[in-house]
Design a protein around this ligand. Structure first.
Ligand code: DGY
Length: 325
């Protein structure tokens, strides 16, 4: 009998997904759910042909050199800035991610964070819980209008488009966007979104939401200079990746009310959060949960499992990021 391939599940995932993987492979899992150090990850990958990772595990040239039997790395995430894709291609390792299955859920959350930020939900809840509410007042926690306002979207992939539809069709917003490449006319019409340059986007958006991938190019795409171009009444929402916003510059701008408010689901160096962000009231902070519904997180884990099963049994992944020669 031929020996079944061995794989590692680098983090704790749903038992039924583990059971599916066990039908095909010898499976080692990290049931403590702690993030493995690079050394631990390399040690546990010895002899493994595949691994399911999350955005917390880095797959770089050093790891690949130390794990020559590795053939497939399946990220349980749509973003893959934790992968050195050229190094993976050079090492003959296929990289996969989880597009599509999280699009609508993540767009829902983008809107939830936008609404919470514009309408000062957490700030007012803290006030109430602290026993400070002793009268109704006309201007109490008066926030920014969402319906009919201008929604700016930086990054117009699947999630950006799903947010545009919610804004345009659900809230009657004027939608403007900036992206590396312009959408085709039919998609623009369906999303009711107009392409503008980045300066116009910053200047005209009442609510600016970031949905672009992290890369060297997008590092600090929103820093002090960009914030200075925004309306003083604007809100900024980041559901993309930490590092796209200069969090220190944002905290200072929020403190000085150079923009009205921000909603952040991702942070530079997370799970650490810049201490200045923790002390400004006009920011809503959530711990990277934009895709976190049970159904969607299960769908992501299942798609990552599908990728490992398909690649190791047929040589073709379902949603590959790279093409091997
Ligand atoms: C993603 O899918 O990229 C989410 O941010 C979870 O990491």
């Amino acid at each position: 009998m031929t020996k079944r391939p061995s794989i590692l599940i680098a983090r704790n995932i749903f038992p039924d997904v583990v059971a599916r993987l066990r039908e095909h492979f010898e499976v080692e899992s990290n049931d403590t759910d702690g993030v493995l150090s690079p050394q631990e990850l390399v040690a546990r990958l010895q002899g493994k042909a595949g691994v399911l990772t999350t955005g917390s595990e880095k797959v770089d040239a050093a790891l690949l050199a130390a794990c020559p039997q590795l053939k497939v790395v399946a990220n349980i995430a749509v973003g893959y800035n934790n992968f050195d894709v050229p190094a993976m291609t050079a090492a003959g390792v296929v990289a996969t991610n989880t597009p599509d299955v999280l699009t609508e859920t993540t767009a829902d959350f983008g809107f939830a964070l936008l609404m919470a930020t514009a309408r000062r939900l957490t700030e007012s809840e803290h006030f109430l819980r602290a026993g400070q509410w002793n009268r109704w007042a006309l201007d109490m926690f008066a926030g920014a209008e969402v319906n009919g306002s201008t929604l700016g979207i930086l990054g117009m992939g699947r999630i950006g488009q799903a947010i545009a539809r919610r804004g345009a069709h659900g809230f009657g917003m004027k939608v403007i966007y900036n992206n590396r490449s312009r959408l085709d006319a039919a998609t623009e019409a369906e999303c009711k979104a107009s392409y503008v340059d980045k300066a116009t986007l910053l200047r005209e958006a009442d609510h600016l939401i970031l949905v672009l991938p992290y890369s060297a190019e997008s590092h600090h795409a929103i820093s002090a200079a960009e914030i200075a171009q925004m309306k003083p009444t604007a809100t900024l929402i980041n559901i993309a990746r930490g590092g796209i916003v200069d969090d220190a510059a944002l905290a200072q701008a929020l403190r000085e009310k150079r923009i009205a408010a921000a909603g952040l689901d991702v942070f530079e160096g997370e799970p650490k959060v810049h201490p200045d962000l923790l002390t400004v009231p006009n920011v809503v902070l959530t711990p990277h949960i934009a895709s976190a519904t049970i159904a969607t997180r299960k769908a992501m884990a299942n798609l990552a499992a599908d990728n490992v099963i398909a690649f190791l049994t047929t040589g073709r992944a379902v949603t590959p990021i790279n093409t091997l020669a």
